[in-house]
Ligand binder design. Sequence first.
Ligand code: HEM
Length: 198
Amino acid sequence: MTRRVYLFKGFERFWHWAQAALIVFMLVSGFEVHGSYRLLGFARAVQLHTLAAWVLIGLWVFAIFWHLTTGEWRQYVPTTDKIVAMVRFYAVGIFKGDPHPFKPTSLHKHNPLQRLAYLLALVVIGPLIWISGALYLFYGDWGALGLANLPLAWVAWAHTAGAFLMLSFLIAHLYLITTGHSLTSQLRSMITGWEEVA
Ligand code: HEM
């Protein structure tokens, strides 16, 4: 017996997919800037990476404002409730066809591991990328900003480390979205807003 739950409002779905497209573009253009391959040409990759960075920062500001004003930020407050059951499910239960230990509702959309992962992305990966990216962007002004002694290599390292963390997050995220009630139920809920829950 399954039921349908309305999980993701219009703005959330827009924010999610716009962010996904921008992050994929940042990865593709960023690793070209890094020298990993040639696709757009270095100068064009830098130009488009910088343009998309401003759009992404604008989207993040909007999304933070939306979460604060709607109270949806509560969805990311970490909890230990059912966390052991979730770890056991992903490590063992999922391969034996055990039922999912967490049933989403509109008040609790994310399981406890999702909460932790998204919080980590928000407070560690995000800031690492945008602070180092902004420093990179304003390299010409470091003297005026009192940062003349900051080694550029540290900023490049931090930004690239952030990019690898974001890529790891994306790969894990793509796998985990297939682990809902059916292979595509979680993907469909981010398109239609409605999720099938067992
Ligand atoms: C998901 C987000 C992002 C990813 C995956 C990403 C990835 C990368 C990578 C891999 C590089 C090459 C680093 C190197 O070899 O030293 C790079 C360069 C750069 N990124 Fe990002 N980045 C992201 C977001 C941002 C943001 C938000 C900003 C600005 C605030 C930004 C600004 C820059 C700049 C200015 C460069 C150097 C371009 C140059 O060499 O002139 N990036 N990025």
